[in-house]
Design a binder for this molecule. Sequence first.
Ligand SMILES: [Fe+2]
Length: 327
Amino acid sequence: MTDTAIPAVHASEPNAEGYREFTIGGFHFRRDEFFAHVTWPTGTHVMSIDGFLRALQRDVAWDFFYGTVNFDGVFGTVNHYGTVDMFAGRYNDSYRKAELDHFENFPTPEIRATFEAMLDDWTINGFDPFASPAETAKPFGVKTGSNTAAVTRRRVTASRMVGVPGDEAIRTDATHPINRMFADVPQDEPDVDAEPGFEDEVCAFNLFAYLSRSDVTWNPSVVSQCKASLYCPTTEEYILPIIHGNDRVEWFVQMSDQIIWDVQDRDTGAVRAKVTMKAGDVAAMPGDIRHQGYSPKRSMLLVWENASPELPELIRSGKTSVYPVDF
Ligand SMILES: [Fe+2]
């Protein structure tokens, strides 16, 4: 085993398939041509490398996101905003009852560095974990090259709003061609006639046109921010590669097409609901569930996040409901 840079990433020399193996705490990660193999002191787990890399890509890009990122029903991370739990079987009733579950807490920079290194080493030339399966090469086989540009692409995070001078730019043919599935989305932009002196304050943009040019799937990006209120729209195709466990309420606005959501209890995985959202539907995902979406056609989804840092503790202590409104 060799140590590199600080924070230390514990990586082996390339294995028989050409991939490095990674160790953090009691967890060990190995990939071969088709699978990711995870071991921990009380168990082992195997996932398709396709699903594993798609989940890993999002955990890295979102810096562990809000709450829980389940790679599947066994393995994942919980964000404590400064530290991160890595777990196996922790939110799986069968593993808990068999006492085979395990978790360890790491400083965020340590787990971030390990995950970034693993994502870069295990992603081969041509595979883009953020892309629709219809728009990328396959992730399988022995190590052949890499795709660092794709796995390190910059995430859109507007500090005020897309299109405001000095903030995130609107997308154009030169930077973001219209996606094949959104060829019919109108591209006109709103007319804005600001009073002289207010050109930086009065702004507008065509969100449908903006999203029609997204080259990634299941990747909420921040297009507007007002204090803790974040508009995080995203385009979806195929399956959300993670099962997101909420630590706060999330509002969903289905802007086009359709997504089917499997909703489960956050901690046990027990089935709670199946929600089919059609264009125009609005839903609030409670703060105690986990959810995974299926999008048969590329669709547009607006995720409205409340980024208030006190929310997880308010919910944990019962001072705030897991529902946004009681009827
Ligand atoms: Fe969520």
